[in-house]
Ligand binder design. Sequence first.
Ligand code: NAG
Ligand code: NAG
Ligand code: NAG
Length: 812
Amino acid sequence: MARSKTYDKPSKTKSRTFTSLNSKKNTSFQMPVNYILCVICIGIAAWFSYKGYLETRVNTPYNIDKLVIKSGLDSPDRYWGTYRPGTYFGLKTRDPHSLVTGLMWYFPHLLQQNRNRLRHWCEQGDGLDRYSWLEHDGRTFGIQEIVDNSAILTTSFVKRPGGRYGGEWTVRINVSSQHHDRDGEEISLIFYTAIEDNTKGNIKASIGNDEQITGVKGSTKGLGSFDLRIIPIKGEVQEHSFLSAIAPGLNLLKETILHNFKLASQKGSKKRRIVLAGEQLPITPEGKRLDPNFIATQVTGKIPFEIEIAYESNSYTDKLDKLSGSNFDTLLEMHRSTFNTKFEQIFKLRSKGYSESDISFAKMALSNMIGSIGYFYGNAQVQSIYTKGPVPYWKAPLYTAVPSRSFFPRGFLWDEGFHGLLISSWDLEIELDIINHWFDLMNVEGWIPREMILGQEALAKVPQEFVTQVNTNANPPTFFLTLNFLIQHKHDEMLREHFEFLDKIYPRLQAWFNWFNTTQQGNLPSTYRWRGRDGITNRELNPKTLTSGLDDYPRASHPSEDERHIDLRCWIAFASNVMSQITEILHHSNKRYSETFDYLSDNQLLNQLHWSPSTQAYADYGLHTNKVKLERPSIPSHTPPQVQPEKVRVVLEDPILKYVDTSFGYVSLFPFILQIIEPTSSQLDKILDDLKNPNLLWTKFGLRSLAKTSPLYMKYNTEHDAPYWRGAIWMNLNYLTVRATHYYSKVDGPYQPKAKKIYNELRQNLIQNVIKQYNISGYIWENYGDNQGDGKGSHPFTGWTSLVVLLMAEIY
Ligand SMILES: *[C@@H]1O[C@H](CO)[C@@H](O)[C@H](O)[C@H]1NC(C)=O
Ligand SMILES: *[C@@H]1O[C@H](CO)[C@@H](O)[C@H](O)[C@H]1NC(C)=O
Ligand SMILES: *[C@@H]1O[C@H](CO)[C@@H](O)[C@H](O)[C@H]1NC(C)=O
């Protein structure tokens, strides 16, 4: 995945040529000097304005009519939500500047040993046993289980419509312990409310008679006036304190809490405890106390223990009862039952004979995809060859799922196309909204940046040098997968109810397609090449291709303009097919997409350009040699040992133009997985045989990314850069492979039985392993080891690995 682990240099090649100003006509006849000067001045002025025009293209929006026309309160039932996937628990609204609420917790005796034991943002380093949404419908409720060293925190919330500001909600936080083994131990829960910098409004702590905080009152432009009450409902409360302060930013809430802890004994008790410092608001020279933007309530109790937080909108005046206690239970049960019925209707796992535990697993996987949908706002940072450095993109919102709550809590372009398959199966309206948000991020060139780091919280998770997105660089256009899926599975619904969606997005799809089709062209007709590879480095064993999404998957050893990339060609062929279908649905007479698809899917031409005669497999083509290795440069004998230079690549043989034969793996499968090869072709037969070969890709746990026989199988790319797409098993491409075997087992052709057999086995292996590893580790993982099937990389990774639900349901 293009995880910005390495900064991508702007491509040195100009992908576009501009004509016009370069050709100034010769003036042969005599002209007055001042006339000539004037012409020169105009010329210079025109040049500068043209240069200015080039500079601003990268951050000029595609067109002024946005696709997202309903935002904020226009969708009241999705106004409030768990749109902060990077925190363990928090609610906010779908507004650029929102009231933000969230949870932190700690065990007092552990915090005294280590301040890092205060939990807030999802961090792998916290080492939680597991945490996941068990149920979440993306609209009305969610139940999450967090297990921290055998203490179980259940965070559930229910929303209820009413009033003019998106209704109200109540949260329950319930702490118990797995085998009652931590019963009696103290835990401190901190629930906070904060307002972002540019939110118009205020919050203040409500203090009861006994000087205890009872909640928060406030009023903002987006919410009107509201009350938030915090009520311990079960168990012994040991301590109750609060903080009312000014936090320097949403990215520094945890620090603000840590800064305002103190040890104190409370009324009626000698024991000194960690408490929050109360009101900590600066007073101006004029004697005015500043308003807080951050109010936190701490409740310390003994496990088992439970608190309730009720958010009430004061615009909801005619209600009959409060959403708490047994009303909460009843409403929660009602939503759960709707969820469970809908889950079975869509995925039919019970009727397929899955066990209760498998079904719970699948609900959890789906719920994490849905529960990780976030709402971000801010500006990305972009760069083109015409800008002197990074420049800000326009400020924009992004409603999107995220690959991983801990490691990648932000939007990723190519991941999102895969997420769309599962999300649209569950809730089409949510998915269309997500697609609209992404396509509103398209610039005038037709480019969409591939990683979206919007807002303080998102930015705080990414080192500055990785933030900039470069406009020559692509990323697989996987939203065409989603669109294809919608056309296949929701055809009538799309025609009936979402014709307008297709109609409105169509010009942007054309621009996007055209961007790929023009900027990523190869030297020969019908060939394509990922830009953004570093052709100068001597650090990398094989220069990465982050743009392809498959980061370190080995390509030609020496990046050059003669390269042609098989996966990119197939993506564009696939995209042209989807475009041609949408063109037809919209009754446009344009035949260009179907012609392009016919051209790019012509198997004979494909085979001429990409079928390697020597290995009988599809491959990239380029300037290549296998004879490369990493070596430490020899150093003069007097060099102190601590300044060892880093290993560099040594090339032992001149590269030549040829097929990149030695990298059999996911990339070789693209004509198959994007279903471009003919069902009758002998290439299909060969690919199916190769798929089953355990020396190449086949394992009991799914298909590994790179053949065991490849010289770069499981090789480090630099001394420090561990293999990523060089052997591990990844779900997204396995899903596409299963989908393809399903397709080739259904369409007429001589290899149907072979495809069918692989379909059954591969699907089963993947499902079994992901569930088994979840059982063992408590997590769904970014990828899986090809020897033991063990979870690897970041976790929880409930982005595309959650496609396992669609495998179980056989929805492709
Ligand atoms: C917490 O929730 C669980 C599951 O809903 C329930 O069994 C348990 O009784 C609750 N604990 C407390 C302290 O209420
Ligand atoms: C894509 O590019 C090729 C090569 O330039 C061109 O022939 C084709 O018409 C383009 N397709 C579309 C739909 O623009
Ligand atoms: C996972 O655990 C459940 C419950 O213990 C068990 O029933 C199931 O067979 C396990 N599944 C796998 C694939 O290990």
